[in-house]
Design a protein around this ligand. Structure first.
Ligand SMILES: [Zn+2]
Length: 326
């Protein structure tokens, strides 16, 4: 049963849609009601569970699908945009998102090809060799197989500072296009996957639109710090429980990142000098099982340490070798 959180009828109401998920605990998306509009913030997976949960939440609160006035997306990931095509095919409403989401949501051919080349070169230079081949083959296949996921909607770039009583906060890191929506009056933050209660959110390595690697971990840290400064009373996250007064959890996440950095420095000092060797030493079999996630984690932390001047790298025989700056 979707929860009902009713706060102040004069301002706005939120009706969370919480769908159990074996992998992610829950997939969450939200009906955000103001006087004359009803937004859907994110749109879950494209599956029957999410579709039924959306319709039930609408019905239980006296709405129907045609009452939705727009969809607003926190980021382009597949577990946040799933129902968009199904909704707009029955009820054409605009979809608001970061301008950075658009080549991803439109599955722009040039962009997807650039992205595959980016990972190919990256994994090669990080010393992943054969292990990367499977991942690259998967990315190539996904680029073809997932064509049907292209959003067929009136997509509108969010370029203003606020939208529908919500201030726009850029919170890149987990995804380059991730946005949070801040309702100052109630101190609510719709934060996508910036902060999750039950697991720490990954900063996934990604290229920018020109194929240059983004400093995703340092972006993620800045985004968490931004969230802390807002002094949020309630985070509406993309997965897991709603998070009341999140600052202690944010501090915990930031401390964990620092601890990981220290462990990385120790490994490099011990003579493990390539990103792939660090990944194998640290993650053992998980390196092979969750290659993309593990390499994101290691590369993100290495980039972050390099930006801080704590480590440096040298390309030797086509593979980056890292060393601690003494
Ligand atoms: Zn997610």
């Amino acid at each position: 049963m979707p929860l009902l959180i009713e706060v102040d009828k004069k301002c706005c109401e939120v009706f969370p849609i919480i769908v159990p998920d074996s992998l992610l605990k829950t997939v969450n998306f939200f009906l955000f009601k103001r006087e004359n509009s009803l937004s859907l913030i994110d749109a879950g997976w494209n599956n029957e569970d999410c579709w039924k949960a959306l319709n039930l939440a609408l019905r239980n609160n006296g709405f129907s699908l045609t009452d939705l006035t727009e969809i607003i997306l926190t980021h382009h990931h597949i577990d946040h945009i799933g129902l968009v095509n199904r909704i707009v095919s029955q009820h054409p409403i605009p979809v608001y998102t970061s301008p950075l989401s658009i080549p991803r949501l439109k599955r722009d051919k040039d962009f997807l090809e650039m992205r595959i080349e980016f990972y190919q070169k990256l994994y090669q230079e990080m010393g992943c060799g054969e292990t990367a081949k499977e991942r690259i083959a998967y990315l190539k296949k996904a680029a073809f197989d997932n064509k049907g996921n292209t959003l067929q909607a009136d997509i509108r770039s969010i370029t203003s500072k606020s939208l529908f009583n919500l201030d726009i906060v850029e919170i890149a890191g987990h995804a380059p296009d991730q946005l949070a929506f801040w309702n100052q009056r109630e101190s609510w933050l719709f934060a996508g996957d910036l902060l999750l209660e039950h697991i720490s959110s990954n900063a996934l390595v990604e290229p920018d639109e020109f194929g240059k690697r983004l400093p995703t971990l340092s972006q993620h840290i800045k985004s968490l710090q931004k969230c802390m400064e807002l002094d949020v009373s309630l985070v509406y996250p993309g997965h897991g429980n709603l998070i009341k007064n999140p600052n202690d959890l944010i501090k915990k996440r930031l401390e964990r990142t620092e601890a990981k950095c220290q462990r990385l420095i120790k490994l490099i000092k011990s003579g493990i000098t390539t990103a792939s060797d660090i990944a194998v030493t640290w993650y053992k079999n998980i390196y092979y099982e969750q290659f993309g996630l593990v390499m994101s984690e290691i590369i993100g932390h290495l980039d972050y340490l390099e930006m801080q001047g704590k480590i440096e790298k040298q390309l030797i025989n086509g593979v980056w070798q890292f060393k601690v700056v003494s």
